[in-house]
Structure formats: structure tokens, C-alpha cells
Design a protein around this ligand. Structure first.
Ligand code: PLP
Length: 408
């Protein structure tokens, strides 16, 4: 078994050795600038063109020219949303969901403060959207609809084709944040009513610092980054040559292995889920179990703090996540779980396990062996926490338990 049992692949993935290998020459000997006139630099254009084809194939785009390289998913989301607003300066309304990643959520909150009108679509207790709410929200003033393909915390998948059909019927641009979907689900964007789509390399075994934005041919796309003429004037800035070539390779591998990897990872995820639910009384799975990414499990342990569980898991070399944003040391409950109406008793105790092709059955069984003991121990402390302070014996506050927050 690996030293680190890594179950936090929705946060980031390990770079594949095949990816690192193709990148290496571009970090060492072939360090030219693709915009240079001399051959040493300009020859890199062909390599970037190949990567564009590989990424277009992963997206299922009709034409590689529809792919613009970016620095990350956050940039793709920002470029898409801001671009559509700039292209339609008279329109002041944006539709998105309450459960987006902060790359969209934070930007839309910012735009709301700047005077845009926002519709925040709600989700039900399974994390699903109500499409009637979407239909009702659209108007002549709507500049764009931005909806994620799959949720990073719960893995819940939205019906992108159906949503896109509703949006396209109103001739409104539709952006999809597919950062968590790429490499896990077939994308086939050319067959979908989608105008813009964001992906990020580090979620599918490419390095951090490179991503891509799909912009359908015919869509007016004012650039977000302005400067040089790179990316056909759609994204200025010297290309991250090694990163782009690595992401191209990762995209090709992801596409080739999708049919094989996804079912194998799903079997492991389901094994983990079933074992944990069985061995941990007071646990529940968050999000629709049928319509979910194959690699993601979001599970809540009643009355507990997800962060406390993570600290104890970390001591067993297990990496997982709460899936929620933490601000200045205080754990905010997840906006996704809150939007789903997860009851307060369960809200703080969420843990996200997200698997990759590197995980094994042995690792799943190791996690299942450790989690119930940790949960039992914390549930004991939590029960004490609910007693009055004068009757509460002091828990052992060794280094191991120093960060445990006992909830009342
Ligand atoms: N969108 C989703 C759904 C994500 O999960 C993430 C990252 O976790 C992002 C956007 C941001 O991507 P990046 O980290 O590449 O900026």
C-alpha cells in the first residue's frame, strides 16, 4: 500500500508518470517561446496544436479551434461569465445555482454586488435542480446561464442536455463548469446545447496551472486576458507550454481509459460506501446515490465535526476532505449541503472521499477499518459534549485530540 492513502481526488489528482514524461523536455531543453520567429520557439506551435486536438477530443468538440488554453478552472469560469456579460452589455441578469464551486459562486456574488440581478436556482434534498424554476427565471434580460456538470462536494450530476435545451430555446448563452466531469464522464459537447465549457487539468492527472475553455464557434467571446495575440487573441499571455502538452497527454489517456476506469472506480466507491454505512451507525450519504460521479462519496456522521474526523484520518495517513470552505480557521458548514437542506445535526459532520484510478481495494478496506473506530471515539466525546459543562469529564487533550471540536 502507498504511504499516503489518497482519497481527495476531487481536490486534485496525482500527475500520471506518462504525463510528467512528455512534459519534461519542455521544462529542460525545449524552453522556447512559441511566439518567437526562430524555429527553436515556433516549432512549439505544432506541439500546442496537438494538445489542442487531444483536449478537443476529450471534450467531444467539433473543432480544436473551439479550445482556448487557460491557467485553471477558475480562470475558465471567470472568462466565460465575464465574456458573456461584456458581449451583451445591455443584459443584466445571470442565472446560476446555489451549489456552484466558489469559482462561479464567488464571481456571481461579486457581480450581484456590482448591480447584476442574480437568480440562484435551488436544489432539493438529493441535490437535484427543479427545471421549472429555471424556465421561470429566464427572460429577455438574461445574459447567461452557468450551471456545473457535476458537484465537487457530493458528485451529483445535473442534466446538462435538458438544461441546455431550455436555455437554447431562449437564445441565451449556456456555460457549463465541467471541471469535475472531465475524465469521469463522457462530455461530447458538440452534440449538446452548450456554448461554453470549462475544464481544469489537475482534476484528471495533469499538473496544476493549466486548464481549457471551450467556446462554440459563432459565439462572440471578448477576451478576459488582454495583451498579446496568443490563442487567436482570445487569451493573452505566454503559453504554459509544458502544462499544455501535459494536459493534452492526460486528456488522451483519460478519453482512452474512461470506459474502463469509471466502472472500476465506482465499484471501489460503492464498496467503501456500503462498508461505512454498515459499520457506522449515525451515518448518511449526502446526494442522489444514482445520479452521481462514480468516484465521489459524501457521507455525514451525526453530531460530529468533519474536520475532527479529517485530523484523525490524517494520523492514519488517510487524506480526505470535508468538501466545505473554511474561513479563518472556523469551519463554515458547506453551502452545498445547506442548500440541500441537510439537517443541522448532520451538517458539520460531512466527509468527502473522492477516489482515483490509483486507489485499490486494499486501501478501501484500510479506510473502512479506521473510520468506524474514529467515529465511535468522536461520538463518545460528542455525547459528553452534550452534557452540562460541570458534569463533563475532561477529554484526553493530547496532540492527537488537540483540534477536536466537541459539538453541543
Ligand atoms: N469548478 C469546480 C466544480 C471545481 O471543483 C473546481 C476546483 O475544485 C474549480 C471549478 C476550480 O478549478 P481550479 O482549481 O483549476 O481553479
Amino acid at each position: 500500500m502507498a504511504d499516503e492513502i489518497y482519497f481527495d481526488n476531487n481536490a486534485t489528482t496525482r500527475v500520471l508518470p506518462e504525463v510528467a514524461e512528455v512534459m519534461l523536455p519542455y521544462l529542460t531543453e525545449l524552453y522556447g517561446n512559441p511566439s518567437s520567429i526562430h524555429r527553436f520557439g515556433s516549432q512549439l506551435g505544432q506541439k500546442i496544436a496537438k494538445a489542442r486536438e487531444q483536449v478537443a477530443a476529450l471534450m467531444g468538440a467539433a473543432d480544436p479551434v473551439e479550445v482556448i488554453f487557460t491557467s485553471c478552472g477558475t480562470e475558465g469560469d471567470n472568462a466565460a461569465i465575464r465574456g458573456m456579460l461584456e458581449a451583451q452589455p445591455n443584459k443584466r441578469h445571470i442565472v446560476t445555482t446555489q451549489v456552484e464551486h466558489s469559482a462561479v459562486l464567488g464571481l456571481c456574488q461579486h457581480l450581484e454586488k456590482k448591480g447584476y440581478r442574480l437568480t440562484w436556482l435551488s436544489v432539493n434534498q438529493d441535490g437535484a435542480l427543479d427545471l421549472a424554476e429555471l424556465r421561470e427565471a429566464l427572460s429577455d434580460d438574461t445574459a447567461l446561464v452557468s450551471v456545473m456538470w457535476a458537484n465537487n462536494e457530493t458528485g451529483v450530476i445535473f442534466p446538462i442536455e435538458e438544461i441546455g435545451s431550455i436555455v437554447r430555446a431562449k437564445r441565451i448563452p449556456f456555460h457549463v463548469d465541467a471541471v469535475q466531469a472531465a475524465g469521469k464522464l463522457p462530455l461530447r459537447v458538440k452534440d449538446l446545447p452548450v456554448d461554453l465549457l470549462t475544464i481544469s487539468g489537475h482534476k484528471f492527472y495533469a499538473p496544476k496551472g493549466v486548464g481549457a475553455l471551450y467556446v462554440r464557434r459563432g459565439i462572440t467571446f471578448p477576451p478576459f486576458m488582454i495583451g498579446g495575440h496568443q490563442e487567436k487573441n482570445r487569451r493573452a499571455g505566454t503559453e504554459n507550454v509544458a502544462g499544455i502538452i501535459g494536459m493534452g497527454q492526460a486528456a488522451e489517456i483519460a478519453l482512452n481509459r474512461l470506459a474502463e476506469d469509471s466502472p472500476r472506480i465506482k465499484i471501489l466507491r460503492d464498496r467503501l460506501e456500503n462498508l461505512l454505512v454498515e459499520s457506522c451507525p449515525g451515518s448518511r450519504v449526502n446526494g442522489d446515490r444514482q445520479t452521481r460521479l462514480p468516484n465521489t462519496l459524501n457521507i455525514s456522521f451525526r453530531y460530529l465535526e468533519g474536520e475532527s474526523i479529517l485530523v484523525l484520518l490524517d494520523q492514519q495517513s488517510i487524506c480526505a476532505s470535508t468538501g466545505s470552505a473554511c474561513t479563518a480557521g472556523s469551519a463554515e458548514p458547506s453551502h452545498v449541503l445547506r442548500a440541500m437542506g441537510v439537517p443541522p445535526d448532520w451538517l458539520q459532520g460531512a466527509v468527502r472521499f473522492s477516489l482515483s484510478r490509483f486507489n485499490t481495494e486494499e486501501e478501501v478496506d484500510y479506510v473502512n477499518e479506521k473510520v468506524p473506530t474514529i467515529v465511535k471515539r468522536l461520538q463518545g466525546l460528542s455525547a459528553l459534549g452534550r452534557l452540562g459543562s460541570e458534569e463533563r469529564p475532561q477529554p484526553d487533550r493530547g496532540a492527537a485530540t488537540g483540534r477536536i471540536a466537541v459539538r453541543g
